[in-house]
Design a protein around this ligand. Structure first.
Ligand code: AMP
Ligand code: MG
Length: 340
């Protein structure tokens, strides 16, 4: 396995957890569970009522090939990935790009535009500067971002055309860690659907997609983790994805200030605000993943009004004294269930 995508250990990952049913299994077919390491975290697939004749070993192989493809193409922690090659190159000419990477970059650029630059896949040089890149980890703030790094992000001008991609600044570099895991999850879901599996829960490092009646026949439930551990609330998914971003997942403290792995590219520094966690439920995991990060960067006021105006299902936890206070959009409430 290659080096981790993010520095999150599985215990530190922000996200959701699948909740085990309290009632006995309602179905007759034997459930199938698959799991394994991927992208510095773990993947998990739980299938209820799998179709007759499902070749489980082959399915596992295909799923792991899909996950390895994402890692091989888009990891910033492997110097041999397609993305690292693009980042290392100082050429501003067109370069070939694979279809999976192009698909993720395209959505990332869309979210960048729609979020007014709060989400920015070209934030990599700032991520590195603040100590959260692949190369090194610092535990003291290195000081303001030098102009050269600001320019490489602000003038990145990433462009995509079918089969090719280019940068507008020699030192521009991409970081897809805030979105690629979601895309990988969507790809696993496509594999399952193609194989005739329609009752499943898939998780990669705290991002979940679930569909179908689930183990007790009344839907799959996912618990959204609280920043301090445990489950904050429970949602029921019917084919949607839930993803969570938190500034507490990877950070260091210095002189009482928090320096988080999530960077506000507009300010050129780690997010520093009262908002600690954002969860988003969306039709695809790639959207949920990207928007959870984007809304966190936007901050409480901008993030909540953006989510409301765009009918997004989002949960926000803001620090309040020694605890957290919750804000949600109406669309989010439609997924919330009281867990019994
Ligand atoms: P997530 O856990 O999905 O919120 O992704 C966090 C990761 O995305 C960080 O560890 C960085 O690698 C990267 N990142 C940080 N800030 C941004 C940003 N403003 N836009 C896009 N990616 C970012
Ligand atoms: Mg994300």
């Amino acid at each position: 396995m290659s080096a981790p995508w993010t520095r999150r250990s599985i215990l530190k990952a922000a996200g959701a957890v699948a909740l085990m049913p309290l009632l006995p299994n309602a179905s007759s077919a034997v459930p199938v569970k698959l799991a394994g390491p991927t992208m510095g975290t773990r993947y998990r697939v739980h299938m209820e009522n799998p179709p007759k004749g499902l070749r489980v070993a082959e399915l596992k192989h295909v799923i792991e090939r899909v996950l390895k493809t994402t890692d091989r193409l888009m990891s910033t922690h492997r110097s041999d990935s397609e993305l690292s090659g693009f980042n290392a190159s100082e050429s501003v000419s067109w370069q070939r790009v694979s279809a999976p990477t192009a698909r993720v970059v395209e959505t990332a650029l869309h979210v960048q535009r729609a979020s007014g630059g709060a989400f920015n896949p070209a934030t990599a040089p700032m991520v590195d500067h603040w100590g959260f890149g692949a190369v090194r980890k610092v535990y003291r703030p290195p000081g303001a971002v030098p102009d050269g790094i600001l320019d490489s992000v602000r003038q990145a001008a990433i462009e995509l055309e079918p089969g090719r991609m280019r940068k507008g600044h020699a030192h521009a570099a991409l970081d897809l860690n805030a979105i690629a895991k979601g895309d990988a999850l969507d790809q696993v879901v496509s594999v399952l659907e193609r194989e005739g599996v329609h009752d499943y829960l898939v998780e990669i490092g705290g991002e979940i997609v679930a569909r179908g009646p689930g183990p007790r026949g009344d839907g799959w439930r996912a618990g959204i983790e609280h920043p301090r551990g445990g489950v904050h609330c429970v949602v029921e998914l019917q084919g949607q994805a839930v993803a969570t971003s938190g500034d507490y997942v990877d950070f260091y403290m210095h002189n009482g200030r928090r320096y988080s792995h999530i960077i506000d590219p507009r300010a050129g520094r780690p997010v520093e605000q009262e908002l600690g966690l954002v969860s988003v439920i969306a039709d695809t995991a790639m959207e949920a993943d990207a928007w959870a990060t984007a809304l966190l960067v936007m901050g409480l006021e901008e993030g909540v009004s953006f989510a409301e105006n765009h009918a997004m299902a989002a949960l926000f936890l803001r620090r309040d004294g020694s605890g957290y206070r919750e804000l949600t959009t109406p669309a989010f409430e439609r997924f919330r269930v009281t867990y019994t």
